[in-house]
Each structure stands twice: as structure tokens, then as C-alpha cells.
Write a protein that binds this ligand. Structure first.
Ligand code: GRG
Ligand code: ZN
Length: 314
């Protein structure tokens, strides 16, 4: 967490605008290691509170910044992890999220009006965690996400946009939450996702691109929801993720030898758990939260348990 408090570090300033999500990745990563007690929760929850704009009902990426749907989801996820959802004004946040839905069912991320299926996921996930899905037109949200499906079974950011594994996570999880899984061709998409594994074992986000550890999450979350994780070589992917770990700091990078960061560390840990590696807490692939948190909230389990691998993390 040094990069989040030390203003002398380069990392502090390049991550300043997305601090809220940084806190979520760190806290969720610790939860994945069953090590939440390694950080004091009070200052983190105070930070979350300070990023709230009560006039709008949303959360910003940092204190004094503009609110955005992405950071509103991260704030709700952090509160959920700490069993502190009571400190969130659910009515106000639900009204804010609803205000971002467009006539075609899509969502903009903030007042500047960019539409992206990432924001559909953020909206549906935020409201599901708050038990307030009734605040939006879920059927229209599902129809918009379905309209972003491509000939290859994948999904893009907007209708007609290229399939990308990050958007596939957003769309499949959004459809799972919204009850729209009938819009997914599970075999075709499962095939496209399995094709993302490159010979070195890692996963890329679309054809001809380099592998990157974070796709372990974006892809394994989707294959867990589709029950197609067994279509990949789990052992090779496990080895790839571990080859991206820096044994001095413990962090995980996007590729072997690159600089580590909290984003890839969280998604690496979460990916290993979804592969069925022992010794890790499962991160629910729909809500991107520890399984126990999702259970505590009484939300339905919308994915298949990965078959246990005879591969353990030592
Ligand atoms: C709560 C887990 C969670 C997510 C919130 C922000 C968000 C919702 C989802 C982001 C999904 C997404 C689009 C992920 C992709 C991130 C990424 C590695 C983008 C890089 O894309 P390119 O095209 O790189 O720059 P490639 O790998 O294609 O070369
Ligand atoms: Zn990445």
C-alpha cells in the first residue's frame, strides 16, 4: 500500500485519479489471501466516506474529484467487504445509478456521457449489492448488453465494437445479474475464450495480442459463469501467473519481469483461485467479491465451482 500514502513516489501520482479502485483491488486481494487484517479498515472506510458526493449520490476516485460509476461500484464493494454497507445511502446511490441509464438501456459512466458495457456491469453490480435492482429498467439493460454481442460469441464496449475479453467479463456478469444468460452462446463464447490461451500459458484479451495476467481474471470469471474453465490448460496458466510474481516484493505484474502493481496482483490471486488452486479464498466471478461476502448478502451463486486442481500454492 506504500504507493497510496507516500507522496514522494511516482506510483502515488499516476494512481491518484483511481485511488478508490486501488483500495478495492488491495482489500479484495488481501481478502483473497485471507489476510484482510493486514490493513487497518478505519482509515480506508473514512477515505471512502470522503469521496462521497451527497448532492449527486455517487463516489469519486479520490477526495475532491468528480464522481463516476466505476468508483461508486468500488466504494460499495469496499463497504461490502468490511460488512459496512450501512454507511452507504442506498436510496441516493440507487437514484444516481438510475440517472445514468439511457433510453436504449445502456449506461453512461458519468455526466460526460460515454457509453460502455463496463458501465452496464458497474450499474447492475452496484445495485445488486445494495439490493436495489428495482431502481433501473433491468430488461432494457440486458437488451443493450445483448446488442453488443458479436459473430464470434464475444462482446464489445458498444454495438458493433470488437470483442474484447475485458468487455466479455462485464457483459457476461451483467447478463448473469440481470437474468439474461439466454443471450449468451455458451459454447461459441467458451471456444473464443479458450482460444485466448497462448503457447506460454497466459491469456490475451483478443486475437494476436500479448498475454497479460489480468486476463486470467477477465476470462476465468466468464468461463466460470459459463462452466467452461476446463476448456483451458489450467496448469500452464497457473505457471504463467506465478512466473509474473516478483519474489522480492511478492507482487504480481502483467508479464514476467515487468513492474508489479496492485491491480495485477489482485487479478492474479483471483485467477489462481478460480483455477481451483488450493489455499486461496474464492473471489465470486460475478460480483468480484470474496465468496463469503456474497453469501452474507444473500445473493445467488451464479457460477460453477471450479473442479479442484491437484495444484496447490505453497
Ligand atoms: C469490479 C472487476 C471489476 C471491474 C469493474 C472497469 C471494469 C468494471 C471492467 C473493465 C473491463 C476491461 C475493459 C478490462 C480490460 C483491461 C485491459 C487490460 C485493457 C487493455 O486493453 P488494450 O486493448 O490491451 O489496451 P490489449 O491487451 O488488447 O493489448
Ligand atoms: Zn493487465
Amino acid at each position: 500500500m506504500g504507493c497510496y500514502v507516500n507522496r514522494n513516489e511516482f506510483e502515488y501520482w499516476v494512481t491518484e485519479h483511481l485511488r478508490m479502485s486501488g483500495v478495492y483491488w488491495a482489500v479484495a486481494g488481501l481478502a483473497g489471501l485471507d489476510a484482510l487484517d493486514q490493513l487497518p479498515s478505519a482509515p480506508l472506510l473514512e477515505f471512502v466516506d470522503k469521496c462521497y458526493d451527497a448532492q449527486i449520490g455517487g463516489y469519486a476516485g479520490n477526495v475532491g474529484h468528480d464522481v463516476h460509476l466505476l468508483y461508486t461500484l468500488s466504494a460499495v464493494q469496499i463497504a461490502a467487504i468490511y460488512d459496512e454497507l450501512d454507511r452507504i445511502d442506498a436510496d441516493a446511490v440507487a437514484a444516481y445509478v438510475a440517472s445514468l441509464q439511457q433510453a436504449d438501456g445502456s449506461f453512461v459512466g458519468d455526466k460526460w456521457g460515454e457509453v460502455d458495457t463496463r458501465f452496464s456491469y458497474c450499474a447492475l453490480c452496484t445495485l445488486a449489492l445494495l439490493g436495489r435492482l428495482d431502481a433501473i429498467d433491468v430488461d432494457a439493460a440486458v437488451a443493450f448488453v445483448a446488442s453488443c454481442r458479436n459473430f464470434d460469441g464475444g462482446f464489445g464496449a458498444v454495438p458493433g465494437a470488437e470483442s474484447h475479453a475485458g468487455q466479455v467479463f462485464c457483459c457476461v456478469a451483467a447478463l448473469a445479474i440481470g437474468g439474461g444468460m439466454a443471450h449468451v452462446d455458451q459454447d461459441l463464447l467458451g471456444w473464443w475464450l479458450a482460444e485466448r490461451q497462448v503457447p506460454i500459458g497466459g491469456l490475451n484479451g483478443r486475437p494476436e495480442k500479448l498475454p497479460d495476467v489480468c486476463y486470467s481474471w477477465w476470462i476465468l470469471s466468464a468461463t466460470s459463469i459459463l462452466d467452461r474453465t476446463h476448456w483451458m490448460d489450467a496448469g500452464k496458466l497457473r505457471d504463467y501467473i506465478l512466473s509474473c510474481q516478483d519474489w522480492e516484493t511478492g507482487g504480481i505484474a502483467d508479464r514476467p519481469g515487468d513492474w508489479v502493481d496492485v491491480f495485477h496482483t489482485f487479478f492474479g490471486i483471483a485467477g489462481l483461485a478460480l483455477l481451483g488452486c488450493g489455499g486461496l479464498t474464492l473471489i465470486d466471478p460475478v460480483y468480484a467479491l470474496p465468496e463469503a461476502v456474497v453469501l452474507r448478502l444473500g445473493l445467488p451463486r451464479l457460477f460453477s465451482v471450479p473442479p479442484p486442481l491437484a495444484i496447490n500454492i505453497e
